[in-house]
Design a protein around this ligand. Sequence first.
Ligand SMILES: [Zn+2]
Length: 63
Amino acid sequence: MKYRAPLDPDCPEVAAFMAALLGDPMTKAMGAPSDDITEDFARRHRAKCKRCQDYGAANVEIG
Ligand SMILES: [Zn+2]
């Protein structure tokens, strides 16, 4: 069992990260952002962002 707490997509830092990722030619070549990249960012970002901590807690996914 694995828990996944998403980041708030409306968080300015998350939006900037996703925009940079989607604008990256390497990401485009791979077809979609890799889970490894986004999960690494999510872990680091959530540690310092109260907004995303609250959003993740309210929207946690179990998979
Ligand atoms: Zn955030």
